[in-house]
Ligand binder design. Structure first.
Ligand SMILES: [Zn+2]
Length: 283
């Protein structure tokens, strides 16, 4: 009986310590990027026209930008992100990198003026085959934003997942889009986002060989210098209507998602711990 009691006390004590630890980590640690990594926010469309999972209303987007601005988050540039990931250079407190996929025309019409209003800048991943097409950005708009501090990356030529190509085809998508962006902007294009977040070993090798420094997926989490630079997590703000509460929750808890997600993947790769991985939630 005594033994059972001491076991019980031990277990309760462990749980209390764990909960207190998690809470203090969340409360004190989630804003320290050295402990919790850098969140790379991921948007697509910002407009009032569409009701799809990719679209966010300008009003909601502004509410989120205002929150970041008013709560001392600091939007960082590609160069700052690069320095952080290479292990040198310090970042401001509460850093965030803001990204948009696909290069929709509404990024220029709505997102860019809102970001400008709050002194922010971001990276737009372009599908080069769709630039100047209806609904997408024009090179003129892209050049204008580039001159004003907005930054760009590649999201391939055609937007087909790179895993659907053979090596030659994937290489063409990666190098041609990079060359076109560099030619138009006169700046190196070293950031890449995988269409649909899909990649495999071949795609990763080709992304590296094409001269990109970073490859972004759509998996949830934050980024650390020791992460694989071609398998970088982001914090998605699409997939259905994102309420402001949901935005704050995702922003804060992306620090946890990264840990959960990494643990899940780690356990999944080891035969012995495979069953355990099933019990770790995928954020
Ligand atoms: Zn896309």
């Amino acid at each position: 009986m005594k033994k059972v009691l001491s076991w019980l006390v031990g277990i309760i004590f462990t749980i209390v310590v764990l909960v207190a630890g998690i809470f203090s980590y969340w409360y004190f640690g989630s804003t320290n990027y050295m402990l919790t990594g850098v969140p790379v926010l991921n948007y697509h469309q910002v407009n009032n026209k569409f009701q799809t999972c990719l679209a966010m209303k300008p009003k909601n987007f502004e509410e989120q930008m205002k929150y970041l601005h008013d709560n001392d988050y600091h939007v960082i540039t590609q160069q700052q992100f690069d320095e952080y990931m290479s292990g040198d250079g310090t970042l401001p407190d509460r850093p965030v990198l803001i990204t948009f996929d696909d290069g929709y025309a509404d990024n220029y019409q709505y997102a860019y003026p809102i970001m400008k209003k709050y002194g922010m800048r971001g990276t737009i991943f372009l599908i080069t085959g769709l630039v100047d097409k209806p609904g997408y950005l024009t090179w003129e708009q892209i050049k204008k934003m580039s001159a004003d501090g907005m930054e760009f990356g590649s999201h391939t030529v055609s937007h087909k997942p790179l895993t659907s190509f053979d090596r030659e085809g994937a290489r063409r998508e990666l190098t041609e889009s990079k060359a076109v962006i560099e030619q138009h902007l006169g700046k190196p294009c070293t950031f890449f986002a995988f269409p649909e977040g899909k990649f495999d070993d071949m795609v990763m090798e080709e992304t590296k060989a094409a001269g990109y420094k970073y490859g972004f997926t759509v998996e949830t989490g934050r980024d650390f210098p020791w992460d694989d630079h071609y398998d970088l997590d982001r914090v998605p703000f699409f997939e259905g209507p994102i309420s402001f509460k949901h935005f704050r929750f995702r922003l804060t808890f992306s620090a946890f998602s990264a840990i959960l997600w990494d643990t899940h993947r780690y356990f999944e790769h080891i035969e012995l711990t495979k069953p355990l991985a099933e019990h770790i939630p995928q954020p």
